[in-house]
Design a protein around this ligand. Structure first.
Ligand SMILES: [Mn+2]
Length: 395
């Protein structure tokens, strides 16, 4: 017999689907959240399944269970952990641990891609085209490579995963992977997926208006309350607010916090680790501990959301050397311009700041971090210019 303990996200369930294809009814599968895994491991070890081979994928146990699993491995040889999270790298010290973030070709891995490779290499599963395509979609979604590649099939697969129950998803996928030559969505799925995409877009648009900006330690963070579509939301908020180091999405109901960054130089897994959580460099999570609550909720509750930059301007445009207009909540007006296209200047209420910048982006980054200003709409910009012109005429 086999037992698989895996994560309850698409990548974790991808492992479950592979296990069912490889072992059929000889495998028992339990999907877990990060926090429920250790209970499951204890339960497994207490119930003494000496002949059961245990797989753990996409998640890592705590120190106590690490020790107990090693004892179990010494006694039976029946454990294999496969993961791709940076916070799990120490499991490579064990014969039964394999944690790989990047494969031999330099591609980021996912638990599903590692498990697929493992099962095929061990002769437990036969490689097929449909299966390889499915595993690749899961990998691209889990590592966010789909975005770079514009691979919306991967995003759609995850959307479908959230639209149906895990059981239903497993059943649909198993059926397709066993019978189809290639991995595709059917007409009905395409229809509901397009409805779902509209819904996600509306949700994200609403959440964009609720984002608050705060300075925490060395970092500037955007904080928002959210419980759905966290990957898409975190990514869009990050891309819309490149001046923020990371986005913290707080789910008050489950008392959990998800962190996302779009920046290569920020590691949100280390920020999550400070609150007892973990994850990847660009996506991590933790419980909303007392301390996290104080910093991210209590201290930010009074802060007004940052208005978004005006979207449909024709005149007040970013990067224009003659000047781009911004405003903040204290009604201060900022003009960002360059006299020589080399030095960029921020003018605050008509007097230039001492500090100059080497690019528009650097200047805007500084402005947004320190003054929480947003790009004003054309009408504000035009009114200002008209007032100035009137003043000049009367002088
Ligand atoms: Mn994963």
């Amino acid at each position: 017999m086999y037992q698989l303990l895996s994560h309850n996200d698409l990548d974790g369930v991808g492992c479950g689907i592979l296990a069912k294809l490889a072992f059929q009814d000889k495998v028992k599968i339990r999907y877990n959240s990060i926090s429920s895994l250790d209970r499951e491991i204890e339960f497994f070890l207490e119930n003494d399944h000496q002949n059961t081979f245990l797989f753990i994928t996409d998640l890592s146990p705590n120190e106590t269970n690490e020790q107990h699993l090693n004892d179990y491995y010494q006694a039976t040889g029946n454990v294999q952990l496969l993961d791709h999270h940076k916070t799990a790298l120490h499991f490579n010290h064990y014969e039964w641990g394999r944690v790989l973030i990047e494969d031999e070709q330099g591609l980021l891995t996912s638990a599903t891609s590692l498990f697929y490779q493992y099962l095929v290499t061990q002769g437990l599963l036969e490689k097929t085209e449909a299966l390889t395509e499915f595993v690749e979609l899961v990998r691209q979604y889990d590592t966010w490579e789909w975005e770079k590649n514009g691979n919306f099939q991967a995003q759609r697969l995850n959307a479908l995963f959230f639209l149906v129950s895990i059981d239903e998803f497993e059943e649909k996928m198993l059926d397709r992977l066993k019978t189809s030559e290639h991995f595709n969505f059917d007409e009905f799925e395409k229809k509901i997926l397009s409805m779902e995409e509209d819904k996600i877009e509306r949700y994200i648009r609403r959440k964009k208006r609720e984002l608050v900006q705060t300075n925490l330690g060395d970092f500037y963070a955007g904080v928002v309350y959210a419980e759905s579509y966290l990957s898409e939301l975190g990514n869009e908020l990050g891309n819309d607010n490149v001046h923020l180091d990371y986005i913290a999405m707080i789910n008050m109901g489950s008392k959990k916090m998800s962190l996302r960054t779009i920046h290569d130089h920020i590691d949100v897994s280390s920020i999550a680790a400070a609150f007892g959580g973990g994850g990847h460099q660009k996506a991590a999570g933790c419980s909303l501990t007392e301390e996290a609550y104080k910093q991210f909720v209590l201290a930010t509750f009074h802060i007004e959301p940052i208005p978004e930059d005006a979207k449909r301007n024709r005149y007040n445009l970013k990067g224009s050397a003659s000047g781009t207009f911004y405003k903040n909540q204290h009604d201060e007006l900022f003009i960002l311009y360059s006299k020589d296209e080399i030095d960029w200047v921020i003018e605050k209420d008509k007097s230039p700041l001492a500090h100059t910048f080497t690019s528009f982006h650097e200047a805007e980054w500084f402005l947004k971090r320190n003054f929480q200003a947003w790009l004003v709409r054309d009408d504000v910009f035009v009114n200002y210019l008209m007032q100035e012109a009137t003043k000049a005429r009367h002088q």
